[in-house]
Design a binder for this molecule. Structure first.
Ligand SMILES: Nc1ncnc2c1ncn2[C@@H]1O[C@H](COP(=O)(O)OP(=O)(O)OP(=O)(O)O)[C@@H](O)[C@H]1O
Ligand SMILES: [Mg+2]
Length: 258
């Protein structure tokens, strides 16, 4: 397994947006990602399922280098994710991330939360960043909240702001790690609907979720992880009706009986 894969050998236009080759990661004695091979093509929506502790969050976090890897390579749009430096910051901006907790800046307005990245990281003019932010806030249905502070919004609204903030960096891929699991039930659908429309508009997405309805409706492909490995990959229909592995059968069985 080489850690020396040549970057830039695939033209960006035909390269997968995200490509993981032989990725391994340990936390001490725990082998948390095992020989991960994954390619996500432009416009594809991949839903990652699996039991708690199977490595789903770690997988997401390695893709924008919030976590280092021990072995293997990660490519974003054909470019290998470097260890550090300017190039890392640039590639990281190509990867939008939305977490369970919204992590909005508490003392900044909704509008400022969305303009901050484009101004600071992309050097966008304030007026231009505000125009972009307003169109994105409108797209996720919270433009009328622009002057409020995050705490004055509902959880569902805050999460939609977090989506707008990630989109403001004009990422090539959006990663979602359980974006609805901290929300009250009545707010889950407004966030899922926003994600479904993003998917329909052709955004490349990797989504960790327990929302099987979303997986069925929006996923092009389901990836099932267990013990740090990708155990199964299939269309949602194939996965939910004919899971192959005993781990996947067990996982789905528990969902149905709960
Ligand atoms: N920073 C860390 N240090 C040590 N171990 C960690 C760390 N982060 C995660 N782990 C361990 O790595 C394994 C995978 O964790 P991860 O958070 O990726 O799982 P997950 O599939 O996202 O689970 P969940 O569905 O509960 O969110 C778990 O056993 C976890 O305890
Ligand atoms: Mg997780």
């Amino acid at each position: 397994m080489s850690t020396e894969s040549q970057p830039g050998t695939t033209p960006a236009s035909t390269a997968p947006v995200v490509r993981l080759v032989g990725v391994n990661k340990h936390y001490g004695a725990l082998h948390v990602l095992k020989d991960i091979e994954l390619e996500v093509t432009k416009g594809e929506v991949v839903v990652v399922l699996g039991p708690s502790g199977s490595g789903k969050s770690t997988l997401c976090r390695t893709i924008n280098r919030l976590e280092t890897i021990d072995e293997g390579s990660i490519f974003i749009d054909g470019n290998q994710l470097p260890e550090e430096g300017k190039e890392l910051a640039r590639l990281r901006a190509d990867v939008g991330m939305v977490f369970q907790s919204f992590n909005l800046f508490a003392h900044k307005s909704i509008l400022e939360n969305v303009t901050l990245g484009p101004i600071k990281v992309k050097g966008m003019k304030k007026s231009e960043a505000e125009k972009l932010a307003l169109s994105l806030l409108d797209r996720v249905g919270v433009a009328n909240q622009k002057d409020k502070l995050p705490a004055q919004l509902s959880g569902g609204q805050q999460q939609r702001v977090a989506i707008a903030r990630a989109l403001a960096m004009q990422p090539k891929v959006m990663l979602f790690d359980e974006p609805t699991s901290a929300l009250d039930p009545e707010m889950i659908n407004e966030v899922l609907d926003t994600m479904i429309s993003l998917a329909k508009e052709g955004m490349t997405m990797i989504v960790v979720t327990h929302e099987m309805g979303f997986a069925r409706k929006a996923a092009d492909r389901v990836i099932f992880m267990a013990d740090g490995q990708i155990v199964e990959q299939a269309t949602p229909d194939q996965f939910f009706t004919h899971p192959q592995s005993s781990r996947a059968k067990d996982f789905l069985g528990k969902l149905i009986t709960n």
